[in-house]
Design a protein around this ligand. Sequence first.
Ligand code: GDP
Ligand code: MG
Length: 604
Amino acid sequence: MSEIFGNIKGIKETVLDELKKIYEMPIYPGQLISAEMAVKLADISEFINKEISLYIARDGAVTSITIGNTDSVELPDFDGKRSQSRLSGIRCIHTHLGGNSALSGVDYSALKNNRFDAMVTIGVIGPDFAKSVVSLGMITGLDDNKQLTCEEYGPLTLKDAEEFYFPNIITTLERILNKETSSTALEAVQERAMLVSLEWGNSKGAWTPEDSLEELKQLADTAGALVVGKFFQKRPKPDPAYFVGKGKVGELALYAQQENIDLCIFDDELSPAQQRNLERATGVRVLDRTGLILDIFAQRAYTSEGKMQVELAQLKYTLPRISGQGLGLSRLGGGIGTRGPGETKLEVDRRRIRDRIVFINDNIDKIKVIRTLHRNQRNKNRIATISLVGYTNAGKSTLLNTLTASDIYAQDQLFATLDPTTRKLALPDKQEAVLTDTVGFIQRLPHQLVAAFRSTLEEVNESDLLLHVIDVSHELYKEQSDAVYEVLKNIGADDKNIITVFNKVDKLPKNSELLARLAQKENSVCISAKKGLGLNALLELIVENLQMHSIELNLLFPYSETGKAAHLHEIATVLKETYTEAGVVLKVRLPIELAKKYDEYIEK
Ligand code: GDP
Ligand code: MG
């Protein structure tokens, strides 16, 4: 296209030709505007003494140029106003004569009505038009009445505006809008992702890059992304600036453009600088493994402690990634208002984050005290506690549901559970236990995230019994199982009493050799949590395991000592209570070490 729209009457052909040159001016993907373009626009605008508007798509293509202000111009046909939850994919850039770049009321309503990615105004300052300034209005979310809210940034110098990199902000915004309009939005935003794996030395441990990338794909699915491409590279060591080699970066950039990629995910940890360089080079948002898992946690955390743990991990991850490049806090989701170009502003951001970290740590400590109280209560009641551990997607939540007939969120996605979720479990011997679901383990769990699990892990450490759920239909079930033991060892829970639960046996062929072999394993059981197979055997095994630590007794308390009987209700599981002439007879199950104290009351 090379037409000039709007009020072109009386404007010389040569001027229009100059203006048309803007169609050919390059903009890097992710760049808001080029200084060259802004100067040309300002220059011509002042010369013809009229406002000029131009529209740019996300790939940097100028879709149309119009003479007249944003109010009077007819908007070009863009694939826009796609849905309630999306922005139009087009940004509007226009001039303000007189040097004031602040957005007008008309600008704001055009921004909202068209759901522009951004409304950019150039305050024209001549005769050295490079001195012009730029303001930028963006939609930031919805208010309580579901009306769009906006924020304005600037004025920025042309140089700052040129360096303003905004794809992250757009994605974050769409995510916010998507969340806030989810009741009305028909179409969910699914980001298109490509995955990148670099192999060097022994970087992936016993895992092949393909297996590791398959897990990354599952993580990406869980995060809601659509994985459209996978890339591998082998190098002696990572490139300090780009992690992968320069040639690969070029390949990624090209693919991103051709396949309309929003997101590039690396199966490793990137340094903040590498991440930034890659974003600049590819023009898409770049995440590493840690960032991806954090994103999933952020979506899934639903108790206050879980949320705080995740925010803490997020803040710590973000702190070194704040830089002058314009990415700033946008990673935190909706943090746009806190981002600024100057170094002073960045210091303020950093301090704010540190303050917030202190605040959250305080609160987590407070919650911990409460949790400990609860746990002590439970200990006093001597109710056995059982924790489900296992690899992500092994079927823990499904098993918890089946066993306790509750409806905890079970999904074919990794990390459907983040917070410890505890249910009562009735056992065949009338004993009651509490069963706790935990978040799944993954291989190469980023170290920053271990703390985010602490609540879950503590629970595991306090349990009387662990059920290690293994998806035996997974070809790497052994490696997964090893990974879980590794984590258990790290938190000092490997000496616990552990039942091995081989799950998803319904997916194995009947008479499979594997099944026969598994059935031989000590203290283990083959089940299908989904089909309800083998559950009775599992329950029996649980009872057996718990009994190793407790015994059943019939105790007789004379009526003069009913206080002692009442006390037993607090420290033991009372299975039956009968009132006889001689006194109260309690059938109880209690820990072996406590049982000794009641020797004299044992019913003869
Ligand atoms: P978690 O991450 O360990 O909590 O795993 P989930 O309980 O969320 O289960 C992950 C997926 O495996 C879900 O799609 C379940 O329906 C499926 N699943 C769980 N148990 C079984 C089973 O015994 N057989 C089959 N075929 N699928 C199962
Ligand atoms: Mg689960």
